[in-house]
Ligand binder design. Structure first.
Ligand code: ASC
Length: 128
């Protein structure tokens, strides 16, 4: 799947970067910083939900060293890490469903829940 550990590190960072971009576009609407566009929100949420499952595949053995802010706890508390990743996948699926309703209130709620799953892993598993 990955030739070298550094390829996996690059891959997961790229996946997070693209995901954060599209998540941020939804966030701007949810936080009133951009006009609500239901179609754009749905397109972005579909992308986020699809991308959410990718980075978790790239934390294999040997990918704890190099250009990464990944904390060792990812591997020493891997059940907790995997549960956090699964929670992100679940909440981004909910965000996708909420975006498809076209209802801004539902989008805001689901965005907040999804953002909390990002934050929780950053707090626990990412270095400053
Ligand atoms: C974002 C983004 C994150 C999360 C996080 C939520 O828009 O890029 O990493 O939300 O900041 O607290």
């Amino acid at each position: 799947q990955f030739q070298k550990p550094e390829d996996a590190i690059k891959y997961r960072k790229a996946a997070f970067t693209v995901m954060a971009n599209h998540f941020g576009r939804i966030g701007a609407m949810a936080n009133g910083k951009a006009p609500f566009d239901a179609k754009a929100a749905a397109e972005n949420a579909a992308l986020v939900a699809e991308l959410a499952s990718l980075p978790g595949t790239a934390f294999g053995p040997g990918t704890d060293k190099g250009e990464t802010r990944a904390k060792p706890e990812i591997w020493t508390e891997s059940d907790k890490f995997k549960a956090g990743m699964s929670k992100m996948v679940e909440e981004t699926a909910r965000l996708n469903a909420a975006a498809r309703t076209g209802d801004l209130a539902q989008l805001k709620t689901a965005f907040g829940a999804a953002a909390q799953t990002c934050k929780s892993c950053h707090d626990n598993f990412r270095k400053e």
